[in-house]
Structure formats: structure tokens, C-alpha cells
Write a protein that binds this ligand. Structure first.
Ligand SMILES: C[S@@+](CC[C@H](N)C(=O)[O-])C[C@H]1O[C@@H](n2cnc3c(N)ncnc32)[C@H](O)[C@@H]1O
Length: 321
């Protein structure tokens, strides 16, 4: 080889190294960006956009430490994975609150996310008592009779994994509030009584603890409910305070970002009859636009969701006007 050839090979090798290094730096920069994004809602979206869901092991959500399958109402793939990513998104100085954890399938997914970062306090509230007819829904292993406590099942599914979980048994009341958790709440999950009175209590309890950028997870927007429920209430009271971030393709779990402080008085005083039919029509049409926007952005099927939202609007108008 002559001198020129040596120089050419040298230049080629150097260029090759530069390309590799550049890619590596970009990767580091990007993963750093994910970690240093300030708001939990931004971190959550970064994680969703940069995670291959197939790389997350679903078994850890669906089975407990003893290898037993967990009964739950959140599906067994996308929703637990999304809750896990939401748990990973919260900041160090915050806590997580869950109203309605049942046997802890949702709590377990969140706890697995918390465990990876700051091991935040986790406050869960439930009756921990079977109020429905258990035979229809339970695995044989979880035999619990009507009115019997099931907290031992929750403990097996969650406390064993995440001892920092604090359980509160009984009806959620206006005492189930920030006097208990005492820190800002970066992630709030609500899957229990969803009628207007209970919804108001739950949101007022959380109003002062939620910061801009906190994540709220609400469910049952997509069930063909006989009477209107959470969608009508949430969208009409909190439409201007929340931004829809994502929805689970598997279940009816919707993820919201808190965009401004929640006004307790506005929540407490809310009555459907204080607003016009046009007001609700406008809100529900905006919400459908959000759903369609997200479904296009993330390739999620939205048809069932928009249909239900429209159905809810018809029910609301029929009942209130
Ligand atoms: C749909 S389940 C929750 C499902 C659960 N997140 C999961 O991962 O499978 C609803 C739970 O809310 C609880 N619940 C309903 N109304 C409640 C209330 N007012 N106060 C406390 N808990 C309540 C029930 O005991 C039940 O465990």
C-alpha cells in the first residue's frame, strides 16, 4: 500500500468512529432528556414515545411474588404497562395516591415503576371489602365471600413487592385527604365510585395536592353506561384544567395532565342545571376532537371511545334538559 492509500484508510476509520460516537452521544443526550424532563406528564409521554412495549415483561404485572395470577380489572398488557410508565414518571419530592385499588393489580404496576426510581410514598384507599357478587369475577384462588375483607390479597400482590405502600380501609370521605399524604401528588389514580357526589369529594381531596404537570388516571369513559357518569362530570367540571395525554388501547383508562390549579369551590358548587345544553355539546365535541387527535398521533383505535362519548352526551341531555 502506498502513502495515499494509508491516508485514505485512516480518514475512513476516523469518519466511521465519528459517526458511531455521534450516534452514541445522541442516544445519551436523549435518555438524559427523558430523565431530566421536569414535569411528570412530559416524562410519561417521553417514556411512551421511546419505549418498545414488547420489551416490557407483562408477567411481572399479572403474577405476584408467589407466582399466582392476579385478579384485576385493568387488562393484562397495555394498561398495566402504561401504569408502570406513569409510576416511573413521578418526581422525587412527590407521592402517589390511588382511590379504588381492589386486589392491587393497578397498584402493583405503579409500584413496579416507583421502585425503579425514587421509591415514593404510595397511599391506596379502598373498602377492601367485597361489595359485588364475588363468584362472577374471581379466580378460584381468591375465594372471598360477599362483605368479607380482601386486604390480605392486596398485601400479597403489592405490599410484599413495595413495602412503602400505605393502605386505608373504608369509604373514601372528605377525610381521605392531604392530611394523610402531606406531600404534592404527581400521580393520582381514580377507579372507584364515579357518581357526581363521590367524584366531587375525591377531586376536592386532591385539588391542593396536584401540581401543574401531575398525571391523573381516570377510567370508564368507554363503557356503554346506562346513566351518564364520569365523562360528563369530568369534562364539564375540569375541561379547562386537564389535557388528555393518552388512552389505553386495551381498557377505558384515560391519562390526563393537570394544566392549571383546580378550583375547589368550582368543583363543590358544580351542578348540571347551571349550564346550558350548548355548553355540554361544545365540551363533548372538543373531547371527541382530542380523542381523534391522540388516536391519529399514536395509532390508537378511537371509534369505541368517540361512540361512547356521544352516547353519554345524548343521555346527559335527555336527563338534564
Ligand atoms: C373497579 S375496582 C378497582 C380495580 C383495580 N384498580 C384493579 O386494578 O383491578 C373498584 C374498587 O373501588 C372500591 N370502591 C368503590 N367505591 C368506593 C368508595 N366509595 N370508597 C372506597 N372504595 C371504593 C371497591 O371496593 C373496588 O375495590
Amino acid at each position: 500500500m502506498n502513502k495515499v492509500q494509508y491516508i485514505c484508510i485512516f480518514i475512513l476509520v476516523i469518519s466511521f468512529l465519528i459517526v458511531i460516537l455521534k450516534n452514541k452521544t445522541n442516544e445519551n443526550f436523549y435518555s438524559k432528556k427523558i430523565i431530566s424532563n421536569n414535569l411528570p406528564s412530559d416524562r410519561f409521554i417521553s417514556l411512551i414515545e421511546n419505549t418498545n412495549f414488547n420489551d416490557i415483561d407483562a408477567e411481572q404485572f399479572n403474577k405476584n411474588e408467589d407466582g399466582d395470577l392476579i385478579d384485576g380489572m385493568i387488562g393484562s398488557n397495555e394498561t398495566p404497562k402504561l401504569l408502570y410508565l406513569a409510576g416511573k414518571s413521578v418526581r422525587k419530592d412527590s407521592v402517589v395516591v390511588e382511590y379504588g385499588c381492589w386486589f392491587g393489580k393497578s397498584s402493583r404496576a405503579v409500584a413496579l415503576g416507583l421502585k425503579e426510581n425514587y421509591k415514593n410514598g404510595f397511599f391506596v384507599f379502598d373498602l377492601f371489602k367485597m361489595i359485588d357478587d364475588p363468584n362472577k369475577i374471581l379466580l378460584k384462588k381468591n375465594k372471598v365471600k360477599k362483605n368479607e375483607s380482601f386486604i390480605h390479597i392486596f398485601n400479597r400482590n403489592v405490599k410484599q413487592l413495595y413495602p412503602k405502600t400505605k393502605t386505608y380501609e373504608g369509604w373514601i370521605t372528605d377525610k381521605s385527604n392531604s392530611n394523610i399524604w402531606k406531600k404534592p401528588v404527581d400521580l393520582f389514580l381514580m377507579d372507584c365510585a364515579k357518581d357526581l357526589d363521590n367524584f366531587k369529594i375525591q377531586m376536592i381531596n386532591l385539588a391542593d395536592s396536584l401540581r401543574i404537570g401531575s398525571i391523573i388516571v381516570l377510567c370508564d369513559f368507554s363503557w356503554p353506561l346506562l346513566t351518564y357518569s364520569q365523562p360528563a362530570i369530568v369534562y364539564s367540571i375540569l375541561r379547562n384544567n386537564l389535557k388528555m395525554l393518552y388512552f389505553s388501547p386495551e381498557t377505558s383508562h384515560f391519562f390526563f395532565k393537570v394544566t392549571s390549579e383546580l378550583d375547589k369551590k368550582k368543583i363543590k358548587d358544580f351542578k348540571f342545571k347551571n349550564y346550558s345544553k350548548e355548553y355540554f355539546k361544545k365540551i363533548f365535541s372538543d373531547v371527541n376532537k382530542d380523542i381523534i387527535f391522540l388516536s391519529k398521533k399514536y395509532k390508537l383505535n378511537s371509534e369505541r371511545r368517540t361512540k361512547t362519548i356521544n352516547k353519554q352526551l345524548q343521555l346527559l341531555i335527555k336527563k338534564e334538559f
